[in-house]
Design a protein around this ligand. Structure first.
Ligand code: NAP
Length: 343
């Protein structure tokens, strides 16, 4: 017999979606367990100021918002543990999750709030130099680049934010974007454009990173093509322009990929992008009854702290309703069995 205790609600992920789900589930007396993965607190812990979260007219630090959220969830009885889910068995209930350290967890309802992790661009040497002058987090590593010339790869809000943060330390910041139009919001794009230390390289991509783990990043090979997407052009045999640049640091700001690998062999449906698919309509339910999705892992479109908090609270409410339904069905089945036994 499996002796592992069964939780009512297990929330995988401790970013803003997981925390919001934890607050709601804990207030409903479901005593949720929150599993904090390899990036506890999620993406907000890597951001500086959050200016668009409701209720903070002066903005709020990402880390501060997450810390307050965790304290709020703990106040109502949510428990936190560290662990990374490797595999999920969802065909039978209670669900069973295997963790990378060999432990397992069992739960009646599962809320997947695993968020998304920084995407890499696929440049040569990135495996070797990640953490040695190549980074996906300016707030974590920016201060190491005082006086350097640095590159930021990407054209969305993340790239603008990285560049603006790096401009506090670096001598110059060049945003390398693979086409001519930014994906970033107008306000962020304007701030980057107006900054005296920030320049743009349009229609360009990073092909190779130079340096070593001893000396760090020393330079890069960029490719460019006037019609954009130069690496695609290069792969199809079109001539592109190459340029070697000397830089002391490179930061990736090219978006995120959802953390759903552990769901690949389950009946939870995943989109081509890897995002967890919820059922149609305003719900966080998935194709597996009792499994719910919240936050960036199920949202390829909005991806805001405030929308993640919203779907987190929805997932907890959906899980609570589902558990109540299950309890009612179970007690109905039990009473029929008792009547039949009496007969
Ligand atoms: P994003 O909006 O998806 O932008 C990713 C950028 O990286 C795009 O410009 C994309 O180019 C480029 N890119 C993707 N793969 C690439 C590759 N292999 N090589 C080179 N370039 C590549 O992602 P994000 O900037 O992380 O933003 C995600 C969401 O978070 C957005 O909703 C954003 O508004 C929000 N966010 C907000 C803030 C803020 O308001 N302070 C800060 C960060 C993020 P293409 O444009 O050509 O596709």
């Amino acid at each position: 017999m499996n002796e592992t205790p069964v939780h009512d609600v297990l929330i995988v992920g401790s970013g803003v979606a997981g925390l919001s789900a934890a607050i709601y589930a804990a207030r409903a007396d479901l005593e949720p367990l929150v599993l904090e993965g390899p990036e506890p607190g999620g993406q907000l812990t890597l951001t500086t100021e959050v200016e668009n979260y409701l209720g903070f007219p002066e903005g709020v630090g990402g880390m501060e918002l997450i810390q307050h959220g965790k304290e709020q969830a703990e106040r109502f009885g949510a428990e936190f543990e560290h662990g990374t889910v490797e595999d999920a068995t969802l065909e039978e209930r209670p669900f069973e999750l295997e963790l990378s350290d060999g432990d397992s967890l069992r739960t009646r309802a599962l809320i997947v709030a695993t968020g998304a992790s920084a995407r890499w661009v696929g440049a040569e040497n990135e495996d070797e130099l990640m953490g040695y002058g190549l980074s996906t987090c300016a707030t974590c590593d920016g201060a190491f680049h005082r006086g350097d010339d640095v590159l930021v790869i990407g054209g969305g809000d993340s790239a603008m934010e990285e560049a603006l943060f790096l401009a506090k330390f670096a001598d110059s910041v060049t945003i390398v974007h693979r086409r001519e139009d930014l994906r970033a919001s107008e306000v962020m794009a304007r701030r980057a454009r107006d900054h005296e230390k920030i320049a743009f390289r349009w229609n360009a991509e990073l092909l190779e990173i130079h340096g070593s783990q001893d000396e760090g990043v020393t330079g890069a090979t960029l490719v460019s093509h006037p019609d954009g997407y130069p690496t695609e052009k290069l792969e199809s045999g079109t001539e592109v322009e190459r340029e070697e640049v000397d830089v002391g640091g490179i930061f990736y700001g090219v978006g995120h990929v959802p953390n759903t690998a552990f769901l690949e062999d389950t009946a939870v449906e995943l989109a081509e992008s890897g995002h967890l698919e919820t059922l149609e309509g305003m719900t966080t339910e998935t194709a597996v009854p009792g499994v719910f999705g919240a936050g960036d892992v199920m949202d390829p479109d909005y991806r805001q702290a405030v929308t993640s908090a919203g779907t987190g609270s929805m997932a907890a409410l959906d899980a609570e309703a589902w558990l109540e339904e299950q309890a009612a069905t179970d007690s109905h089945t039990r009473s029929i069995a008792e009547i039949e036994a009496d007969d």
